[in-house]
Design a protein around this ligand. Sequence first.
Ligand SMILES: NC(=O)c1ccc[n+]([C@@H]2O[C@H](COP(=O)([O-])OP(=O)(O)OC[C@H]3O[C@@H](n4cnc5c(N)ncnc54)[C@H](O)[C@@H]3O)[C@@H](O)[C@H]2O)c1
Length: 369
Amino acid sequence: MYNLLVLPGDGIGPEVVGQTLRVIEWFGRKRGVAFNVTEGLVGGCSYDAHGTPLTDETMERAMAADAVLLGAVGGPRWDSLPFEKKPERGLLRLRKDMDLFANLRPAMVFDALADASTLKTELVKGLDIMIVRELTGGVYFGEPRGIETLPNGTRRGVNTQVYTTPEIERVARVAFELALVRGRRVCSVEKANVMESGLLWREEVTRLHAAEYRDMGIELSHMYADNCAMQLVRAPKQFDVILTDNLFGDLLSDCAAMLTGSLGMLPSASLGAADANGRRRALYEPVHGSAPDIAGRDIANPLATVLSFSMALRYSFHLPTEADLVEEAVRRALSGGLRTADIMQPKMAKVSTSVMGDVILRELDKLIG
Ligand SMILES: NC(=O)c1ccc[n+]([C@@H]2O[C@H](COP(=O)([O-])OP(=O)(O)OC[C@H]3O[C@@H](n4cnc5c(N)ncnc54)[C@H](O)[C@@H]3O)[C@@H](O)[C@H]2O)c1
């Protein structure tokens, strides 16, 4: 029995998670894969109920779960709260206390949506890349940091890009392991030409590859981050797994996301260290936010959250066949011409959040005959 903590959150979070819960329940009913699902509060709804965006009790449950599935947090109702009480602090605490150092952002283009990309269809059709971004180190956390006033009155802002060998090694290991079950190619991205931390990154990734992964048939290449940005919009299909640091990963994963056309289609996973039994703490969530502009109207796209659950099946529960089933059901729903409003195209049928959920279940039923 797999323990899954579900935190629907705010805005459209409960709507998109609601459809995903139907998929989870389907697996118990039709495939005998039972999940012990418990729910909790995070974000603004937790603040309303408990005066904090994440209680210690929910945090403890997240630490004990095999995986956490989160909807989204935030909304204008809570915008004026003090910094420590803001909904986003709940999410940040989850990421920090669970020590989720590897952020996985797939950029996958379903054939039926290939012409929704701003790039030419032939450039993105069949695209399937995975960006592995280091999430807990680098310039967003490095010390010293701050804004100071120099003796001559000039103000100076300082951030420090810093990485250690263990920080680089553990995230590189995640990228290599992923490549083993994908296209067996890792492209490591930094600015080793102008940054010492980038040079260390390149040396450590090269060393780990030679010691453990070259003989397993994994190919390693290196690319400067500025070139990678260009290559992502010039010929994105050249990549399989992109491994990069926190800052460059922030930019490159958003850039890659837009190749796919819609925020409503983008899943993500954040992974922590593996324990002696190979179990990792893990948080799965759609890339999008709580979309207060459309919340409560049953028009949000649930597919990013459904696909986040499929990532949980693959990376936390080690059920690749079940993950493939979910992705295939999504593929068939789209090729059948059904679209939520955000991905609507001419001649397609516009459906609500809940009808998209119905269709995914129907396609799953058909897939297992
Ligand atoms: N991980 C998170 O929980 C997360 C991430 C980003 C933003 N936020 C929060 O969400 C709130 C709104 O932020 P925002 O408007 O900048 O970003 P957003 O992602 O919530 O919305 C951006 C636009 O995309 C649309 N959109 C997003 N998801 C969609 C979906 N599944 N289906 C259809 N349309 C969708 C929205 O309607 C909106 O027009 C803010 O409070 C912000 O802090 C939370």
